[in-house]
Design a protein around this ligand. Sequence first.
Ligand SMILES: Cc1ncc(COP(=O)(O)O)c(C=O)c1O
Length: 406
Amino acid sequence: MNSPDRPVAYLDHAATTPIYPEVVDVMAAQMGRLGNASSLHGSGRGARRVVEESRETIAAALGARPSEVVFTSGGTESDNLAIKGFAWARRRVDDRRVRVLSTAVEHHAVLDPLHWLATDERAEVELLPVDSDGRLDLAALEASIAREPESVSLITVMWANNEVGTIQPIEDVVALASPHGIPVHTDAVQALGQVPIDFAASGVDAMTVTGHKIGGPFGVGVLLLRREAELVSLLHGGGQERDVRSGTIDAPAIVGLARATELAVKGQAERAAVLAGLRDDLVRRLREVVPDVIVNGATGEGQRLPGNAHLSFPGCEGDSLLMLLDANGIECSTGSACSAGVPQASHVLLAMGRSDDIARGSLRFSLGHTSTMGDVDRLIEAIGPAVERARAAGVSSSSRASGVRR
Ligand SMILES: Cc1ncc(COP(=O)(O)O)c(C=O)c1O
C-alpha cells in the first residue's frame, strides 16, 4: 500500500501536468496588480501592456503573429469556437457548406460540438476511419473531399491523440484541403511541448492549445487563428480578442500561460529525448513482467508523443487495475468514460479495431517534465501483483471510474 511519506508516482501528465513554480510566481505578481486591460487609464494600460507582451511571447514561441493569438478559457472552448465558428461562418456565406470532416479518434471537446452541430444544426459530420495505430486514413479523407468539395465547411483533425499518443499527418490534411479553400483546424493540446509546433509552417487555419497541459494554469488557452479567417463567435459582449471572444481579459492567467509556453517550447527537444527514453524503458520492463501486454498506438520515429505509453492488459478491467495501482501510490488513467457507473470502452481503441474487452482493459501512462526513473521503477514494482489481482477479479468485476473524459 502507499505510505504517506512516499511521494506519489504521477504518470498522468496528459490529464494535467504540474505547474512550473516560476509560472506561479509571475501569476502571483500579476494578481497583485490593479487594472482591467480594456480600461484607458494608467492601471488599465499597465494590464494591457502585460497582456500584449504575453501575446507576443506566445506568438513567437508558436510561429504565429501576435494578432493571430485569441485567448480563451482553454482547450474545450478553443475547440468549440473553431468548430462552431467556422461551420456557422462558412454556411452563412454558402448554405451548401453543410459537411464537417473529422476523425473517429478526436477528444470529446471536438466530438461533442460536432455531434451538436449534426443534431441541432443539421450539419453532416463525417468521422473518418483510422488505421490500427490510430492514424487517419488519408485516402478516406481524399475521397470524402472529392465527393463534393464545395459542401465542406471545415476539416478538424487533432495533432496528436490524447489516449494513444499517435501523431496525425496534419501536413497531408492541409495539402488535401487547401486546393479547395477548405479551412483546417487542429487540436494541438497534447502535442505542444512534446513535439515541435509551428503554426505558420503547418498551414492550418486554426489551432487549439491549453495551459494546464504544458505547466501553465488551468482555465486559460489559445485559439491561434489566421488573420484572414472568418469566425462567428460563441460569446458576445465587450468585443475583446478581435471581437471573436468577448469577456474581460484574465491578465494573470495569460502571463502564466505565456511563461509556460516559453518553457514548453524552449525545452521541447531535450525533454522529448528524456521522456522517450523513460517511456521506452517503461514499456520494455513492463513487457518483461507482463509478457502478453499489448502496446497501442504508433511506434515509428516521430509518429508518437514521446511521453505516452498506452497498454492493454488482456483479462483485466482497466478501472480495477487503475484503482489497484492508485492504492500503491501510482497514478495513471484509463482514458475511457463511465456512463451511469458502467465503464465504457474507449472510442479511440474501438476505432483502431480493438475488441471491447481489450479496450476496457487498457491504461495510459503519460510522462512529463517532473517524471523520473523512480516513477517507472514504482510502476514496474507494482504492476505484476496488480495485474494478477485484476485478472483474478475478472473482467466482470465492478469498478470505479472517474466519469471524466480527459
Ligand atoms: C486533445 C485534447 N483536447 C482538448 C482538451 C480539453 O482541454 P481543456 O481541459 O483545457 O478544456 C483535452 C484535455 O484533456 C485534450 O486532451
